[in-house]
Design a protein around this ligand. Structure first.
Ligand code: WTA
Length: 572
């Protein structure tokens, strides 16, 4: 198969330099950029913020923040001081110590970043939660992680079942006129007088840093723990893949509730000393282009869903803005359609660079970096220091063009440290030969480019969000009218996939459109808007195995008019 490769379009990149690096690369060399190579003690928040505040970068803008109500900026020196203050509040009022879980449940705002960095400076493990989560989703995560502190807003606190979470001791509220009583602490009030000086907790590189809950095909969401050592890869990929240079203004559109919003919304860019743009509020094409124009964004990291929505808004909108500052665009989260890449070249005169990685991998692994020729539709090649292969179910490597499990050889710096409270689950990711198995199926071409084919499990990717069908099904069957539910991802041109639920009703309930809407709202209130099925179909009975497991594969075949495959395990 011959695929036309897109050449490098802008910038002065030397492919040979990269290839040189590729062959001689050693992660241990990267560690030497940081003092912990010598001392053995580290703190990412120090490396990302404080270190720059001691150099010529101290008055450089670290954070440009904007939402419909606020427009602010903070230099590295100010970020250091603000995160120190936040750290002092957490230490003095909540006794936060190394290893404690501090969860953050709030919309994007500068305070979110002060609190996260402050907690990290104390050696705590930060658990960021999407503001869209409803009570059930919040409870599962706080319960499993035994979080000691939650930083939230008075509004969102209503979704935290404080009394049924015995480990949760303190609630730090970010808002106006917060009364300090019981577990409540007034963040903004205390920030005014908190000391700008903080004793940093130095930790080992294998000590916990962030805990991201993510969905699999079975069971509740699992807590993926990353440790300080991940910074080695965050830093290096920020240089190679994001291609961040001293003068860049960088914008990552992801929320910190998603791993992209921490690895490349906090650590990568700040470790590299870049100015980081963070925008709150909802997606609107005009506002996005305005952001690029106003801040002079040069490097932009987003997701296929967002690009497809921008593409859908039309090329006329683009022309209203001066986007000449842009020089490098990247994408992550789902397959990047060749059409989006062609659109990017047309409207920005730039290629969109696809990157592949997962919550569990902690950082980018397979990428299109600037000096590479891009084959639209391919995720690119493994970055230097990473070995990827397509393997069969026994861990044997397959030749080019054979589809199989996308696997990575263990040993890259940002690999998850464990799954919280679930060592067995952690171990289930690995195969003989030290392969980490991603759960994605893919093939490799003869030039070493990887091509994504799909998920091997039933995990749904909707608008770049990873949703476990089991979690949605569990919520559905909590509704009094629902007897059984099976959930699948249905291909969708804009969202990648949408969630479709097949529902069998309990006796005495009528299959009406009102009921569909009620069930939808029920899931939305219980989990999150993005987890609510966009489509619901009532069925008398759902296909199940003899052991009673819903056969999502059969539901999918029904939906897409595909052959149902082997039905020998299906109940009569
Ligand atoms: C999918 C995202 C195709 C994949 C940082 C993976 C992709 C899952 C790509 C991880 C890509 C991510 N092309 N598929 N470039 N990037 N995926 O944990 O199925 O939310 O396993 O992390 O997203 O999703 P997660």
């Amino acid at each position: 198969m011959k695929v036309e490769a897109l050449p490098v379009t802008k910038g002065n990149y030397n492919l040979e330099d990269y290839q040189q690096t590729y062959h001689n690369f050693d992660w241990a060399e990267v560690e030497k950029s940081f003092s912990f190579a010598e001392t053995g003690r580290v703190n990412v928040a120090y490396e990302a913020i404080d270190r720059h505040a001691l150099t010529h970068r101290k008055n450089k803008v670290a954070l440009y923040y904007r939402d419909p109500e606020r427009d602010e900026k903070y230099t590295f020196k100010e970020m250091k001081e603000m995160s120190n203050k936040a750290g002092n509040i957490l230490r003095q009022t909540c006794d936060v110590e190394k290893g404690d879980r501090v969860f953050i449940f709030m919309p994007r705002s500068p305070e979110l970043y002060f609190a996260a960095l402050g907690a990290i400076k104390l050696g705590a493990i930060v658990g960021p939660l999407f503001e869209a989560f409803m009570e059930g989703a919040v409870k599962d995560r706080l319960e499993d992680s035994e979080a000691k502190v939650i930083v939230t807003t008075p509004e969102l606190f209503k979704r935290i079942p404080f009394d049924s979470l015995p480990a949760l001791k303190h609630v730090v509220l970010v808002g106006e006129n917060v009364k300090e009583e019981g577990p409540f602490i007034d963040f903004n009030g205390r920030m005014k007088d908190a000391s700008k000086k903080l004793q940093i907790e130095w930790v080992d590189k294998t000590d916990g840093l962030v805990l991201h809950y993510t969905s699999g095909s079975t069971g509740k969401p699992k807590g993926v723990l990353h440790v300080h050592n991940a910074m080695v890869q965050h830093y290096q990929t920020a240089k190679w893949v994001l291609d961040l240079k001293e003068e860049d203004v960088y914008w990552c559109t992801a929320d910190p509730g998603w791993v992209t919003g921490t690895a490349y919304g906090i650590f990568g860019p700040w470790l590299a000393g870049a100015s980081n743009v963070i925008v709150g509020g909802r997606f609107r094409p005009e506002a996005w282009y305005q952001t690029i124009e106003d801040f002079g964004v040069s490097v932009w990291y987003s997701a296929p869903t967002a690009f497809r929505m921008l593409m859908g808004a039309g090329d006329e909108v683009v022309k209203k803005y001066d986007l000449s500052s842009l020089r490098h665009i990247l994408s992550v989260g789902e397959p990047l359609n060749p059409e989006v890449i062609r659109w990017g070249v047309k409207v920005f005169n730039l290629r969109v660079h696809d990157t592949w990685w997962m919550t569990e991998t902690g950082a980018q692994l397979i990428c299109n970096y600037p000096c590479m020729e891009i084959k639209p539709g391919s995720m690119g090649k493994p970055i230097p220091g990473v070995e990827a292969a397509i393997v069969d179910d026994q861990g044997n490597e397959l030749p080019p063009y054979r589809m199989g499990n996308l696997a990575i050889k263990k040993g890259w710096p940002s690999m998850m440290h464990t799954i919280w409270n679930n060592k067995e689950k952690y171990e289930s990711y690995f195969m003989p030969g030290d392969w980490y198995v991603s759960g994605d199926s893919a093939y490799m071409d003869e030039e070493g480019y990887f091509w994504f084919q799909g998920r091997i499990d039933d995990v749904i990717m909707t608008s770049g969000e990873r949703v476990g069908p089991f979690e949605v099904e569990s919520k559905l069957v909590e509704h009094p009218a629902v007897a059984e539910a099976g959930v699948i991802g249905k291909p969708d041109p804009v969202r990648g996939e949408i969630i479709k639920a097949f529902v069998a009703l309990r006796d005495g309930h009528e299959a009406t459109d009102e009921l569909k809407e009620e069930i939808r709202q029920f899931v939305k209130r219980g989990l999150a808007a993005h987890a609510a099925p966009r489509e619901i179909e009532f069925r008398d009975k759902l296909p199940k195995t003899r052991s009673g497991k819903i056969m999502r594969r059969v539901l999918k075949a029904w939906e897409l008019d595909l052959p149902t495959g082997d039905l020998s395990t299906m109940e009569d």
